[in-house]
Design a protein around this ligand. Structure first.
Ligand code: HEM
Ligand SMILES: *[C@@H]1O[C@H](CO)[C@@H](O)[C@H](O)[C@H]1NC(C)=O
Ligand SMILES: *[C@@H]1O[C@H](CO)[C@@H](O)[C@H](O)[C@H]1NC(C)=O
Length: 324
């Protein structure tokens, strides 16, 4: 017995060591992670985000979306921030991100200030999580405590970005399945979709909806057709429209009011209110802004807890655009 245990010792050591190493990527997050290491972190992020949103309210929406697109591709690990190089193809130019995701410059500017205050300490992934929370709050939405201690990936994957991010033509079943793959419930999905109460979208993402879709308000379709030409391939593809037709710069529950009047901009939005399983919840959020705010905040924390797989090599990046 004792001899067997002794012979097994090296193997036990290897197992323990690899568990410790894996733990680096899958470590528990804590809201107080930087309390000692970088006490000014949260005030730096808040001020810089406030300045960016004051200059351009849409930037708050862009940063919120940046966080979503980071977290859905192998966890919240700042993989989306890595630039392509001659030998490396990352996520920035994946279909859902190219010419679409914005806010990289704002994150870089915040990171520079954070580096000046506490060098080599705070991950880019945590900065994005804080800036997304502050963006929502600055535009009138709820706030919540951000769990911290994420690490930045050394890799990124264009194909994973293409595969993991839902498109605007998605059905309700597809949306439920894609969020389910991330451990997020249909209720989380419907609450998180309320992010479309802020920000703008390009014609190319909603053209099918306003020309060919059913379950759309005819007045609303006609309004959007005025600036989004039916013919694809031209400059019109990039023409912007607010996603929320009434209050595009306010983080409120108007998104659900829009769904009730068949004014969802994307097919995927309107799928949440098309006679399916989420109709009841859409009506709840439409009637009660407080329940939406609470559910949204909880779902953001859960989305923010998505961790890279344990075998992902990580670090604290010094420049969010490239590995150290
Ligand atoms: C449920 C599935 C989702 C689909 C199919 C979807 C799709 C889209 C599309 C197509 C755009 C317009 C992109 C463009 O024109 O370049 C967009 C914008 C946006 N999305 Fe989503 N999205 C989804 C979920 C989310 C979630 C979970 C969040 C955040 C929690 C989010 C936040 C945003 C924001 C804030 C914008 C506006 C960004 C800006 O103005 O820069 N979306 N989304
Ligand atoms: C990074 O590499 C790890 C280990 O090979 C892998 O599990 C992970 O999915 C990769 N990240 C992305 C974004 O593909
Ligand atoms: C269609 O949208 C208009 C506002 O553009 C609204 O007044 C009307 O009630 C909507 N129609 C339906 C059937 O919801």
């Amino acid at each position: 017995m004792a001899a067997t245990a002794l012979r097994c010792l090296p193997m036990v050591a290897v197992v323990v060591l690899s568990l410790l190493l894996a733990g680096a990527a899958g470590a528990q997050l804590s809201s107080r992670f930087y309390d000692r290491k970088c006490p000014k972190l949260q005030s730096i992020v808040w001020s810089a985000t406030a300045q960016a949103v004051a200059t351009e309210p849409r930037m708050g929406a862009s940063i919120l979306r940046l966080f979503f697109h980071d977290c859905f591709v192998n966890g919240c690990d700042a993989s989306i921030l890595l630039d392509d190089t001659a030998t490396f193809t990352g996520e920035k130019n994946a279909g859902p991100n190219a010419n679409s995701v914005r806010g990289y410059d704002v994150i870089d500017a915040i990171k520079a200030q954070v580096e000046a205050a506490c060098s080599g300490t705070v991950s880019c992934a945590d900065i994005v999580a804080l800036a997304a929370r502050d963006s929502v709050n600055l535009l009138g939405g709820p706030t919540w405590t951000v769990q911290l201690g994420r690490r930045d990936a050394l890799n990124a994957s264009q194909s994973a970005a293409n595969a993991n991010l839902p498109g605007p033509g998605s059905s309700l079943d597809t949306l439920i399945a894609m969020f389910g793959d991330k451990g997020l419930s249909p209720r989380d999905m419907t609450a998180l979709s309320g992010a479309h109460t802020i920000g703008q979208a390009r014609c190319v993402t909603f053209r099918d909806r306003i020309y060919d879709d059913t379950n759309i308000n005819a007045t609303f379709a006609a309004l959007r057709q005025q600036t989004c030409p039916q013919q694809s391939g031209g400059d019109g593809d990039g023409a912007l429209a607010p996603i929320d037709v009434t209050t595009p710069d306010a983080f409120d529950n108007a998104y659900y009011e829009n769904l009730a009047s068949r004014q969802g901009l994307f097919h995927s939005d309107q799928e949440l209110y098309s006679g399916g399983s989420q109709d009841v919840l859409v009506r709840v959020y439409r009637r009660n802004a407080g329940i939406f705010a609470t559910d949204f905040a909880k779902a953001m924390v859960r989305m923010g807890n998505l961790m890279p797989s344990a075998d992902t090599p990580t670090e604290i990046r010094l420049d969010c655009k490239k590995i150290n």
